[in-house]
Design a binder for this molecule. Structure first.
Ligand code: J2J
Length: 522
């Protein structure tokens, strides 16, 4: 599958026309017996990672996974998923990275959208057995290859036989499809090519000064772009370090791993950073190895930034990233003031950033507007969406939907969203997604979902619900019904308010601001 044209970036410093297969082989040769990845049950060297990903090509083929096809992959933070990911890269088969928490409704939409012909998921994760979902998927898509896997799938003894080194994959082929945070009901898919994703991981690794001595802890699910490639496990492998995978992303597991594995760097969303900090206050952990904490995914409040620096006694990197591409962050030597107040600079000098007004005109320095970007690793269109997508300018800039300004020193300061979006501890929710789910309930007449501030999550969702005449449900019934539909847990409204009459604006539209006041005044 061809990705965006990268020829124009041939001369950008650090950009290589290379696909993952070649890169993994290079890592295997250069870093050999160093430990590449550790999870909660095993560890693997670079050499083994290279070998196993080669052997897995055969096994995946035998299991029915086709070359150059699309696979929906709900991966957990386990080495076998990374091995499979690398084997898929070698095959030119494109994984759609989906969080393990996703349930049937989201998965079915993604399968329809991508026409994927295989689905790979764990047998069990966090008490949930994926078999039910597999059967449902099989019922809806009978031709689909469904693989429920655990440790045995990549077991060495079961994988004797040929190694397959695939070379037909090109640097500008699509390597991976990431899910966009800001979708309206329909998921939008982000096609990242081999070379652009490699460049992304490499530049993020350079920004975080990763090296062979680095131990990076993937605290969040590696289905997210940040722990996968910003710098994530891919950036860590690029630098020859060791990536440690946290299985449950819980504060106690994270703190134990930092202590036990002598972790030097990790990436957290602000909510998780706060929870880890609270744990640190009541329990003793030796975190003296930790040099850098990266926070990203959502706005980092200045007070929390200061608390993190003080309590963890390490350097904070304030990062802003998008699955669409652009990653910015402060640098390790930046003054505290920049770290606390800004998201620093793009990881690549070739990133072209503009701040524009509603008419698409660039604003003066220091003024706020929408942040738009074009560069080596930022997409110019979504996968399988109409060309005239409103998320891109005519000259190929990606419109982030974020309001930002550029400071005197050239740092970027992200101020908030231009349009309504709920950023719940880093997970992005479009209000319309929840609204659509609620409107499918026959008792409900009308519904409006808004973001409200929350001291721990940053933001949470509040649904205002109006029932049809004579119909009624209580809050639990509404949540249960949404859950039964197979909606991922973080999209279930955190708060529900019943409304009999909607506040209206002068022109007769529902007044969102007055709605929001109702819950914030309480
Ligand atoms: C405010 N908003 C922020 C920040 C992200 C690496 C890779 C991907 C992501 C990511 C990531 C923010 N302050 N510091 O964060 O570090 C919001 C913006 C942005 C959207 C992208 C990272 N960092 N955001 O979060 O595709 O609204 O990627 O447009 O999930 O997160 O979300 P997503």
């Amino acid at each position: 599958m061809k990705g965006k044209n990268l020829e124009q970036y041939s001369n950008v410093t650090g950009f290589e026309k290379i696909a993952f297969g070649e890169l993994i082989d290079r890592w295997g040769e250069v870093y050999g017996n160093r430990i590449a990845i550790k999870d909660n049950s095993r560890e693997i060297t670079y050499y083994e990672l290279m070998k196993n990903s080669r052997k897995l090509v055969k096994k995946l083929r035998e299991s029915g996974v086709k070359e150059n096809s699309i696979v929906v992959m709900q991966c957990t933070n386990k080495i076998y998923f990374v091995e499979i990911l690398f084997a898929l890269f070698r095959m030119g088969t494109v994984p759609v990275m989906v969080l393990p928490a996703y349930r049937e409704q989201e998965i079915v939409k993604i399968i329809k959208k991508t026409q994927a012909d295989a689905y790979i998921a764990p047998i069990e994760y966090a008490g949930y057995k994926y078999e039910n979902m597999r059967q449902e998927i099989k019922r809806k898509f009978p031709d689909m290859v469904t693989l429920m896997i655990d440790e045995h799938f990549t077991n060495q003894e079961e994988m004797i036989g040929d190694e397959c080194v695939t070379t037909r994959v090109k640097y500008d082929d699509v390597a991976i499809l990431l899910l966009s945070g800001g979708t309206t009901g329909e998921p939008k898919l982000i096609p990242r090519t081999h070379a652009d994703y490699i460049y992304n991981a490499k530049m993020a690794a350079i920004r975080s000064c990763l090296g062979e001595e680095s131990v990076y802890l993937a605290s969040l699910s590696i289905a997210h772009n940040m722990p996968l490639a910003c710098p994530g496990i891919l950036g860590t492998l690029y630098a020859g370090g060791t990536a440690v995978l946290s299985y449950y992303s819980s504060p106690d597991e994270i703190m134990e791993l930092i202590e036990g594995e002598r972790v030097t760097i990790t990436g957290l969303v602000p909510t998780l950073a706060q929870l880890c900090m609270e744990l640190l206050e009541i329990e003793d952990f030796d975190i003296s190895s930790l040099k850098v904490i990266i926070t990203g995914g959502a706005r980092l409040e200045p007070k929390l930034a200061e608390d993190i620096m003080r309590n963890f006694q390490c350097i904070l990197q304030n990062q802003f990233g998008t699955a669409e591409g652009l990653v910015m962050s402060t640098s390790l030597g930046d003054p505290d003031e920049w770290i606390i107040k800004t998201q620093g600079k793009p990881i690549s000098k070739a990133d072209k950033i503009k701040i524009i007004d509603e008419n698409g005109q660039e604003v003066a320095k220091g003024k706020s507007g929408e942040l738009i970007v074009r560069g080596v690793y930022t997409i110019e269109s979504y996968y399988n969406e109409p060309k005239a997508d409103i998320k891109f300018t005519e000259d190929g800039y990606y419109k982030t939907g974020d309001r930002a300004l550029i400071t005197e020193e050239g740092n970027i300061c992200v101020l908030g969203r231009i349009q309504e979006q709920i950023n719940r501890a880093g997970e992005k929710i479009q209000p319309s997604e929840i609204e659509e789910g609620l409107l499918e309930l026959e008792e409900i007449q009308q519904v409006v979902v808004v973001a409200i501030a929350d001291h721990l999550l940053g933001q949470k969702s509040c649904a205002f619900v109006q029932f049809k005449e004579g119909k009624k449900l209580d809050k639990n019934e509404i949540c249960n019904k949404l859950q039964q539909k197979g909606i991922v847990h973080y999209k279930i409204p955190d708060q529900i308010e019943f409304i009999e009459e909607w506040p209206k604006t002068k022109i007769g539209k529902i007044d969102i601001n007055r709605l929001r006041e109702k819950v914030t005044i309480k």
